[in-house]
Structure formats: structure tokens, C-alpha cells
Ligand binder design. Structure first.
Ligand code: GDR
Length: 327
């Protein structure tokens, strides 16, 4: 039975990936940090087949112990401070977990793995590394220009992954994933914040959505599609890096418009209020990825289009909020 360890198991991607690996008969371990982590308790109920193990990307010895216990064939490093806005407020913590955490995990893999015990490694790199984009669309060769402490930490993690692959002959891949969303997305991210608010406005529970900049454009895909690319990267003959994206871009305001339409509300602009609080010190204005390499080499395809994704997220939030009223 193949064995996988996922850091960041409590996040959206960790859950989709664990489910996907489970359908392929993997033994799945999920690394969680902290004492009585409340998110871990929820995930354990939802994904009972995952064996939770305590470990922390800030603590090398805990990573070594985790790998020794799980003896994984594959490690997926999805753990990070992943909210870009927070990274401006906790820059050092972000550098430590999102950046140095990658180095610690690779060191642990080097120590516990080795020629007789090879461990394949996936690093969750991000389109935020492209930041103030040098070319459009962005591909694997586009230079990086990060615009946040999160982006700079991800650039460090990315280069560290490539360097460990080249220095120690590790099977280490970096997936440069563009934004990917789902009904499981955390409420702090703009897509879910919007779909949740739209549902509440529709049901008369809320009167407006308070947002930051509505002009940034993102390449938004469905998280369930993206975790399949992570797995495919670890099944190749040689480790490599891949951009995973849809090749379409939409603005935050387009997302708002579609989300309101999905709930049957046309005059959406009257429900939007903008507030400085949600503006970032430096913004990433335009992201659009070129996924050709992933399509050609991994045979990766998407099942969900943008419109379908927005619709599914709004419907999910309408169902949740309706059920909450009944409680
Ligand atoms: P992002 O996602 O920063 O692209 O990173 P997010 O959904 O937070 O922001 C997208 C864009 O929307 C603008 N925006 C707002 N964002 C939030 N969260 N809340 C608001 O009220 C708001 N108003 C406008 C933002 O300024 C931004 O331009 C995500 C994360 O999942 C990263 O971890 C991941 O690496 C990248 O996607 C790919």
C-alpha cells in the first residue's frame, strides 16, 4: 500500500488530496500542529481514514520523528501561512513557516530517506511568486517578482526545492498553483467571503459585503482538479516543476457579479462597500497561467469551469446558511 504524508491536512487542498489518495488505496497521514487543534478534530470526523500525527514545520526534530513514524513514499507539503493579507502583519512568522518550513522538511527527508528509502516530495508553490508579472501569461520560466512576505517566502521554498533536487538527487517537485477554490475554501479568502455573503444577503441575514480592491484579476480554478496535478507530478520518471492554472483570468468584481447572479440578484453593485482595511500594502494586479506543460506531460485536465465553480460555491453557502436558520 503506498503511503503519503500531507502537511496542511486541515486546509482545503489537504482535504481534497487526502480523499483523492484514499480512492487510490493510499494510507494517508495528516500532520497537524498544536495542542487539541480544533480544525484537526473536525477533519478527523470528516476524513476518518486519515491518521493524524503531531508535527510542526517550525520544529525539525518533530519532522524527523513524523517521517520515521509514517515511513511515507510521498510527502505533500501543503502546510503554510497561506493568507497573503496576514503575511503582511506576521511577516517573520510567514517566512519561518511558509519559507524555512520547506527547508526543514527537505532536511528531514534527506536524513530519514536516502537511497534505500526514497521519499518523493511535493512543494506547494504559488502564482503569488509571479507578483508584479514580468510576462503574460505566466509559465514555468517566467521570472518571479513577489509582492508580499507570503510571496517572498514561497519563492524561497521554491528555490530550495529545486536546489535540493539538484544537490541531493531528491525526487522533489514544485507545483506552481494559481488560485484554486471550492466550497471548502476558508472564509478569509475573497471567493468564499463573497459567496458566503451573497447567500446571507439572499436570505436577508446581511445587507452588504465589505471588500478591498475589486480590480485585481486572478486565474481561478477548482481545488479538486488541482490536487490531481499534485499527485501526477510525483508519478513521473523525473522530478520537475509545473504551472497549474486554467488559462482564464477574471477580476474580483466579475466574481462578485457572477456570484450574485447565481443567487438571482441582478443589481449587485449596491451591496458592495469598499474599505481600506481590506487593501494590501502592495497588490498583485493580474495573474493568468499557462498550463500547457502540465497538460502535455501530466495529461492534466480540468473538470470545473469558472462559472460552474462560482455556482457551486454559492449553492453550498445557501444550503449552509439555510440550515443554520433552522437551528
Ligand atoms: P490571494 O487570494 O491573495 O490571490 O492568494 P485572496 O482570495 O485572499 O485574494 C484575491 C484578491 O482579492 C482581493 N480582495 C480581497 N481579498 C480578501 N481576502 N478579502 C477581501 O475583502 C478582498 N477584497 C479584495 C485581494 O486583494 C486579492 O487581489 C491565494 C491564497 O490561497 C494563496 O495561499 C495562494 O498561494 C494563491 O491564492 C495562489
Amino acid at each position: 500500500m503506498p503511503t503519503a504524508l500531507i502537511t496542511g491536512i486541515t486546509g482545503q487542498d489537504g482535504q481534497y488530496l487526502a480523499e483523492f489518495l484514499h480512492t487510490m488505496d493510499y494510507k494517508v497521514y495528516g500532520m497537524v500542529r498544536g495542542q487539541r487543534n480544533p480544525k484537526a478534530e473536525i477533519i478527523q470526523r470528516e476524513l476518518p481514514f486519515v491518521e493524524m500525527i503531531n508535527g510542526d514545520l517550525q520544529d525539525l526534530s518533530s519532522l524527523i520523528a513524523t517521517l520515521e513514524y509514517c515511513q511515507p513514499d510521498e510527502v505533500y507539503n501543503l502546510g503554510a501561512i497561506s493568507f497573503v493579507a496576514l503575511s503582511f502583519k506576521q511577516a517573520e512568522l510567514t517566512a519561518d513557516i511558509t519559507g524555512l518550513g520547506v527547508l526543514r522538511l527537505l532536511e528531514a527527508i534527506r536524513l530519514v530517506g536516502g537511497p534505500n528509502n526514497p521519499i518523493r516530495f511535493y512543494q506547494a508553490s504559488s502564482s503569488e511568486m509571479f507578483g508584479k508579472v514580468r510576462e503574460t501569461p505566466q509559465n514555468e520560466l517566467t521570472p518571479f517578482y513577489p509582492r508580499s512576505p507570503y510571496g517572498t517566502a514561497k519563492v524561497f521554498g521554491h528555490h530550495t526545492t529545486v536546489n535540493y533536487r539538484e544537490s541531493y538527487d531528491l525526487y522533489a517537485c514544485s507545483g506552481i498553483l494559481f488560485n484554486h477554490e471550492s466550497p471548502r475554501r476558508g472564509i478569509e479568502f475573497v471567493t468564499r467571503k463573497i459567496t458566503n455573503a451573497v447567500a446571507r444577503i439572499k436570505l436577508g441575514l446581511q445587507t452588504e459585503i465589505v471588500l478591498g480592491d475589486l480590480t485585481p484579476r486572478r486565474d481561478w480554478g477548482f481545488a479538486g482538479d488541482y490536487v490531481k496535478a499534485m499527485w501526477a507530478m510525483l508519478q513521473q520518471d523525473e522530478a520537475d516543476d509545473f504551472v497549474v492554472a486554467t488559462g482564464e483570468t477574471h477580476s474580483v468584481s466579475e466574481f462578485c457579479q457572477l456570484a450574485f447572479e447565481a443567487a438571482g440578484i441582478e443589481d449587485w453593485e449596491r451591496y458592495i462597500r469598499q474599505d481600506e482595511r481590506f487593501m494590501r500594502p502592495s497588490e498583485v494586479d493580474l495573474l493568468i497561467g499557462d498550463p500547457q506543460k502540465a497538460k502535455d506531460k501530466l495529461g492534466w485536465t480540468t473538470e470545473y469551469g469558472f462559472r460552474q465553480l462560482v455556482q457551486a460555491m454559492v449553492e453550498n453557502d445557501l444550503a449552509i446558511e439555510t440550515a443554520n436558520i433552522g437551528r
